[in-house]
Design a binder for this molecule. Structure first.
Ligand code: PLP
Length: 399
């Protein structure tokens, strides 16, 4: 008989968004006449920038001609995209990264999930709570021990250092789900902690494009010493609407090393290259051309306009909820608003209340971890009109 990886029994069956759709579908079946507005799952609603669409169309035409056809892409990404990333995301911002430290991929979910392939099972892992579920679930799948670092209003959503020294620390800023950030001054102690304890920081910067305040870093590599301790994950999904196109990249500095049980010191950059070349066959050429176009002047202007549109929604949600006396966090440097539920309701009770009374869907905070209980996440990725209507409807519940 086939033996299962038993660790899969520890992560449960129901992925948060599957349970949300189950409840919403049940409601829709019972009330087909009602219009449900979703400010739940963090997916985009605005069309992809014309500059990106044009680049993908042109690249697709190239694939139809023998002379310009491209087959398998390089594992680490085409040089045209790597150079664009390097210039715009790092060099122009005064951050020292080299081309062979950048690995283009099909998105940050794969990379944050797969990075564990090159890390030993007996590493002690620290993960902020609440968190994007991939970090906890993939470490559980591998059988690793996890210490959760609560992020709540009591600590201003700045995690305290782990009680047991961690070998690997997951940090995600701007944060999903809380929408909160760490300033450069708040991130520096984490880099120092990792330098002192020889830990690795896995820094998920998928929402970097939403940073609006000057003291908030776009990259952990803006912090002195980070090249010695951090891997950074980036995504074109929320930056430029690539959730359905799929592209991201991971930066693995050549200065990072890890030890084998025999005491050998090996390069994490070399190991990640080895992992990717074995299990990944490159991001599609046409998609990489689309990603390159994000960095063109028109691409930059158009994608920034879309981000401004979403952040206008964030303002509408935040000010609407605050006018009801609800305590809200995030929504300034991130497209998420993290709201305390009224009257100490549980996250799922508040979910059911909003769905049943005013047909508004959000995401229960407890689905992101125990410290998310009593909170609710709204996303700014909706249409403006729907967002406005949802807020007006929530006001009816409270009145
Ligand atoms: N990291 C965080 C924190 C996210 O919220 C998401 C998507 O919601 C991802 C990574 C996944 O990004 P991608 O679409 O590039 O796989």
């Amino acid at each position: 008989m086939i033996k299962l990886n038993e660790h899969y029994t520890e992560i449960g069956n129901s992925y948060l968004f599957a349970e949300i759709s189950r409840r919403v579908n049940e409601y829709r079946n019972n009330h087909p006449e009602k219009k449900v507005i979703s400010l739940g799952i963090g997916d985009i609603t605005q069309p992809i920038a014309p500059a990106v669409v044009d680049a993908i169309t042109k690249a697709t035409a190239e694939m139809g001609k023998a002379k310009t056809l491209r087959g398998y892409a390089p594992y680490e990404g085409y040089d045209f995209l790597v150079q664009a990333i390097l210039k715009h995301d790092f060099t122009d911002r005064g951050v020292a990264i080299e081309a062979d430290e950048i690995f283009v991929s099909d998105g940050a979910k794969s990379d944050t999930g797969n990075i564990g392939d090159i890390l030993g099972v007996d590493n002690r892992i620290a993960i902020t709570d609440p968190a994007y579920p991939v970090y906890v679930d993939t470490n559980k799948m591998a059988g690793r021990k996890i210490e959760l670092l609560p992020c709540t209003p009591a600590n201003g959503f700045v995690p305290a250092f782990p009680e047991t020294t961690a070998d690997v620390i997951y940090l995600c800023y701007p944060n999903n789900p809380t929408g909160t950030v760490l300033t450069k001054a708040q991130l520096k102690p984490w880099v120092d902690y990792a330098l002192t304890n020889q830990s690795l920081i896995l820094y998920d910067a998928a929402y970097e494009a939403y940073v609006s305040e000057a003291d908030v870093p776009h990259s952990i590599f803006e912090i002195e010493g980070a090249r010695e301790v951090a891997i950074e994950f980036r995504s074109f999904s929320k930056t430029a609407g690539f959730t359905g196109l799929r592209a991201g990249y991971t930066v693995v500095p050549k200065s990072l090393t890890a030890k084998t049980s025999k005491g050998e010191i090996l390069s994490l950059n070399a190991m990640w290259r080895r992992r990717q070349s074995t299990k990944f066959n490159g991001t599609a050429y046409v998609i990489q051309r689309g990603a390159e176009a994000v960095y063109s002047p028109e691409g930059q202007r158009q994608t920034k306009e879309t981000i401004a549109y979403y952040m206008q929604n964030a303002k509408i949600i935040k000010s609407g909820l605050e006018s009801l006396g609800l305590q809200c966090y995030g929504g300034v440097n991130a497209p998420y608003i993290w709201c305390q539920t009224p009257d100490n309701m549980t996250s799922w009770d508040f979910f059911d209340l909003l769905l049943n009374k005013v047909q508004v869907v959000g995401t229960p905070g407890s689905g992101f971890g125990a410290a998310g209980e009593g909170f609710f996440r709204f996303t700014a990725f909706g249409h403006k009109e729907d967002t406005q209507e949802a807020v007006e409807r929530i006001k009816e519940v409270k009145s």
